[in-house]
Design a protein around this ligand. Sequence first.
Ligand code: PMP
Length: 315
Amino acid sequence: TKCAQNGTFSEGELQRFGPIELNPSSGVLNYGQGLFEGLKAYRKDGGSILLFRPEENALRMMMGAERMCMPSPTVKQFVNAVKLTVLANKRWVPPTGKGSLYIRPLLMGSGAVLGLAPAPEYTFLIFVSPVGNYFKEGLAPINLIVENDFHRATPGGTGGIKTIGNYASVLKAQSIAKAKGYSDVLYLDSVSKKYLEEVSSCNVFVVKDKVISTPAIKGTILPGITRKSIIDVARSRGFQVEERLVSVDELLDADEVFCTGTAVVVSPVGSITYLGERVEYGNKVGVVSQQLYSALTSLQMGLSDDKMGWTVELD
Ligand code: PMP
């Protein structure tokens, strides 16, 4: 049974960044009816601007909208709005190799509701900001802690979509981990607590004997666009990639562990702490992580041939 609401989005307009008006009784403020996306624009050498697979973000937002009983912009509306916003903020796209322009589309129930129900009206907006590295470590290895008490998602819940509540639920675990000196939290499945899920804002990969494994998509983890792209890039480079249940025990004898996401790109993991035991992967970037990082970033920055047709050039 479908829940997505029909509805059309009227033509938008560019506005200076600043506070927006929101009904105190809006669906997003009261019942968390909100979704977001995250993508980046990179400056190609020579000046033009590249987006990376923006249609994938549009499709993921549509999928999320269905789960959240919201109407969503079409792929064309989404991508056009992204292009328009980026072009209007062109001067904020950093030079090649110096960062990127992070693009944050939001879709929210802006109409008023009192009793629990989907909102009667929706707002789609995009804001942008120049960004550097997500982790203060840069490309240096990050240190994760496996979370045993808190869960990010549960079967039947909303872990597979980019809804705002998923991020509210990880704030506490993430704050505790950061206060203890970890870069981020690695979540386990909430049923058996035996299998890896993902990190607060990225997907996880484990490398053993040149075989790359990553948790399969089954509704509780976000289908990352970087994850999907890295799987294709790795396969095209001859790696065997498996999408399956990855047991937490596999962390013990992994050669390398890395995370992927729009914000984190490919981040090598230097250590993982699980039930008080710390497993070290070395304080330098692993060879597989480095190879995949370079392959992906050179594509995103237009430094290598885009055989997959993943980049969208603006200008
Ligand atoms: N998992 C979560 C929970 C995330 O928030 C993100 C960031 N969107 C990812 C994974 C990675 O997804 P993507 O590669 O599409 O950025």
